[in-house]
Design a protein around this ligand. Structure first.
Ligand code: ZN
Ligand code: ZN
Length: 455
């Protein structure tokens, strides 16, 4: 902390000043020269990630909270072309408050980052569990509980329980941690830095296994799933997130690692926290285990999950619904609504055609507005979006999969739903093209497009 200009004032903002690395003019009446750091510095920070549109630059908006400093580019960083729009760290920081080069020692401008890996329990938290759980609870759990009949609850809980793809689409926004290297002008702060330039080197997702597992248990409660089946559902989801985000990071030329905490709210091995061999193998002493490599995850938790798969095979259970389930649902949903119910659920019989980004489970079911000429096809577009996300996923994890192959093969195990019946009855509404639904995520030309071009 040699380069931090600590503020010794006793007023409310004193801590904030050196926290930000801002030179306090009361303590330091003489002008201090800006600090230039000659070599690259390694630090950590999060970025906002959207399943719809990837890493988002929100530099145009005002920075409102501590969390924004940690997850948004500084104000003034404007997403210009598609390239920088999907890579919000691209432009150098500028200052919108004053006419100087960012960062300035007397100002709060610049890209923020922190020195320590795996920060938890503060506004600069690196763990994404809270956001994922809160989004999923609002979008899925609440909607299931409050907007659907018993029969409808079962069919949707079944889809969500088995499909990591559907779950991921519904969490929408969360933060992704990155190891970054800082260059240009850098100012050291109490816990981190403010820098002119920043470049991610490696991405991480930090989650708590048993907090996510609560969501699987809640979905499972509608369809009589036991705790082992819930663990299987959670593992399948984290597997999906791991491969999906690795694909995104690899597209940006970076590595990715998914890290998992298993000691918090662990109902099956509550003593694990105190075990010495457990604390020795956590990443950077952060309390997080490597999802791909740690033995607790790969033997203990996967062991439970595998038992489920084996017993389902023996019992010849058919766990997956077809995506076409949503069409049946739609028909019944519309038919079943009498004016009293419509009033109760707050929905109109004539549906408004929603914009692409609003096509998700909760928004379809929550829309309240009557709209003249509104089409009754949001459910079908939802199905298209889900399958387009599947195609995107296969493109991200394996370039060889083309659209035709997806149509002709069976990826039910990966998607968590069958889709043959859906494709048999398929009439194009929007498109199955991932580029249509997820433009920023799909940098590579997909096979879907090539196929379309060939005719
Ligand atoms: Zn001071
Ligand atoms: Zn400034």
């Amino acid at each position: 902390m040699d380069n931090v200009n600590l503020c010794n004032c006793s007023d409310q903002n004193s801590r904030k000043r050196h926290h930000h690395g801002i030179i306090c003019t009361t303590c330091n009446p003489a002008l201090i020269e800006p600090l230039f750091v000659p070599e690259e510095i390694k630090a950590y920070r999060t970025w906002n990630f959207s399943v719809e549109s990837g890493f988002i630059a929100r530099g145009n908006g005002r920075i409102q909270s501590w969390n924004d400093f940690n997850s948004s580019p500084p104000p003034g960083v404007i997403a210009g072309d598609l390239h920088s729009a999907s890579q919000p760290w691209q432009p150098p920081a500028i200052c919108v408050y004053n006419n100087h080069i960012a960062p300035d020692p007397y100002c709060s401008c610049g890209y923020y980052s922190v020195k320590n890996f795996g920060v938890i329990g503060s506004h600069f938290s690196h763990d994404s569990t809270k956001e994922i759980v809160s989004r999923f609870s609002t979008n899925v759990i609440y909607t299931l509980q409050n907007k659907l009949s018993k029969k409808q609850q079962i069919s949707f809980a079944n889809l969500f329980f088995h499909s990591p793809l559907l779950k991921t689409l519904e969490i929408d926004n969360f933060k992704i941690l990155s190891e970054v290297s800082l260059t240009g002008k850098v100012i050291e702060c109490e816990k981190g830095y403010r820098s002119e330039k920043i470049q991610p080197r490696k991405f991480y997702l930090l989650v708590n296994f048993f907090d996510l597992n609560v969501l699987s248990e809640e979905l499972g409660s509608y369809i009589n799933k036991d705790p082992a089946e819930a663990i299987n559902s959670t593992i399948v989801w984290i597997d999906f997130l791991n491969k999906y985000l690795k694909g995104i990071a690899n597209n940006l030329g970076c590595d990715f690692e998914l890290l998992v905490k298993v000691n918090k709210n662990n109902p099956i091995d509550s003593e694990i926290m105190s075990r010495a061999e457990y604390s020795r193998r956590t990443v950077n002493d952060s309390g997080y285990l490597s999802f791909e490599h740690d033995l607790y995850i790969n033997q203990r938790l996967r062991g439970i999950a595998d038992t489920v798969l084996i017993s389902n095979k023996i019992l010849k259970k058919q766990p997956f619904s077809d995506l076409e389930e949503i069409t049946h649902f739609e028909k019944e949903y519309i038919k079943d609504l009498d004016p009293v119910q419509m009033h109760k659920y707050g929905i109109g019989k004539t549906f408004r055609t929603l914009p692409k980004t609003d096509i998700n489970f909760s928004r379809i079911l929550r829309q309240k507005r009557y709209h003249q000429g509104g089409a009754l096809d949001n459910f079908q577009r939802y199905q298209e979006k889900i399958l387009a996300f599947g195609i995107l996923y296969l493109n991200l994890i394996n370039n060889k999969n083309n659209y035709k192959e997806i149509i002709n093969s069976d990826f039910s195990e990966i998607f968590g739903f069958r889709y043959k019946l859906f494709l048999d009855n398929y009439q194009s509404k929007e498109s199955l093209d991932p580029q249509k639904w997820f433009p920023l995520l799909n940098h590579k030309k997909t096979d879907y497009q090539r196929l379309q071009e060939k005719g």
